[in-house]
Design a protein around this ligand. Structure first.
Ligand code: DAH
Length: 333
């Protein structure tokens, strides 16, 4: 029995030398020292020993247990240290390396311009409306006093979907939709930003799809001077205090009188920025407003054009190419 104990010790020590991770060490501990382990098995044979042998063997067995336990404890500590060292090595970060710079996204310059314009008009009591891009001929033309044979239809080459349905060529149909929605009530102060479509060949100043902002004010005794004052206030907020405007007589079927509005730029002189006028009595009438009682003004501007002027951009296509080198320049706008 003594030999078996000594063999067991030798074997256990040898096995321990080969162990390289904590899991194996645990198994080894169970194998030799566990309740059903080899040491216990040997000691179960104690009954066959003589009275004299028993204390010596018992002492030896205890010594071996203590010895192996401390060996295992040491080994465990050693393996834990190794594991920690490995983890520190694996998880090491070099805090002196430059970080990954994340560039924040930003609004597209056209959206930024629309938001600025909306803010200015909201500040003057306007509501923001929306209308469909697929529109009825009725709203895009007829109700705006542009009959089937009206020459103005030629100015706005139209994408037709059917004979009565089209892609809107202007945001002006939202004037009609707003009037109908308000059912004869005043005051109306609305602006409407949105996309419009025309059968144009794309170049530096034309695009088959672009954006407009429509404006409509209807109330009792709305006058041309109110149109002038509203647009001047807008222009000064958009292009700077003291910016001058000029109203030139023009023609639109849905306004009478009609004007085109220019702003003055010290380098480039007078620049056209929008069309406007007093709402044509026939437009009011068709939409259920008595033109004897109510008057109004309307205006429509091209968003791209405003953005080109404000940021001194020379090609409208820049807005649609999605070149990040271009877009990144508007991060703070
Ligand atoms: N709808 C016109 C266009 O696309 C622009 C316009 C002119 C709108 C005068 C208006 C207006 O509301 O009063 O050319």
């Amino acid at each position: 029995m003594r030999d078996r104990l000594l063999n067991l010790r030798e074997e256990a020590v040898a096995a321990m030398g080969a162990v390289s991770d904590l899991e194996d060490l645990k198994k080894l501990k169970v194998k030799y020292l566990g309740k059903k382990g080899e040491l216990t098995t040997i000691l179960r044979g104690m009954g066959t020993l003589s009275e004299e042998e028993r204390p010596a063997i018992g002492r030896l067995a205890n010594e071996i247990r203590t010895y192996l336990e401390s060996m295992i404890a040491n080994k465990e500590e050693e393996l834990q240290d190794l594991a920690l060292e490995q983890r520190l090595k694996d998880e090491k970060i070099d805090v002196t390396l430059p970080g990954i710079r994340r560039t924040p996204g930003s609004l597209h310059p056209l959206m930024a311009v629309i938001e600025q314009i909306e803010d200015i008009f909201i500040g003057m009591g306007f509501e923001v409306a929306e209308g469909p891009e697929v529109e009825l001929d009725l709203y895009n033309f007829e109700m705006l006093n542009i009959g089937k044979d009206h020459p103005a239809r030629d100015m706005q080459d139209t994408f037709y979907i059917s004979s009565e349905i089209l892609l809107r060529t202007q945001t002006s149909p939202v004037q009609v939709r707003t009037l109908q929605k308000k059912e004869g009530k005043v005051p109306i102060r609305m602006i409407c930003p949105g996309k419009v479509y025309r059968r144009d060949d794309d170049d530096a100043t034309h695009s088959h799809q672009f954006m407009q902002i429509e404006g409509l004010v209807v109330d009792r005794r709305v006058s041309m001077s109110e149109l002038n004052g509203t647009l001047l206030a807008f222009v000064e907020k958009m292009f700077g205090e003291g910016t001058e405007i000029r109203l030139r007589p023009s023609y639109f079927p849905f306004t009478e009188p009609s004007v085109e509005v220019d702003i003055f730029d010290s380098d480039k002189g007078w620049l056209e920025i929008l069309g406007a006028g007093m709402v044509h009595p026939r437009v009011l009438e068709k939409a259920g407003y008595n033109p004897e009682r109510y008057t109004g003004f309307a205006f429509g501007m091209g968003v791209e054009r405003i953005a080109l002027l404000k940021y001194d951009i020379d090609d409208i296509r820049q807005f649609y190419n999605n070149d990040l080198r271009f877009l990144h320049q508007f991060q703070s706008v």
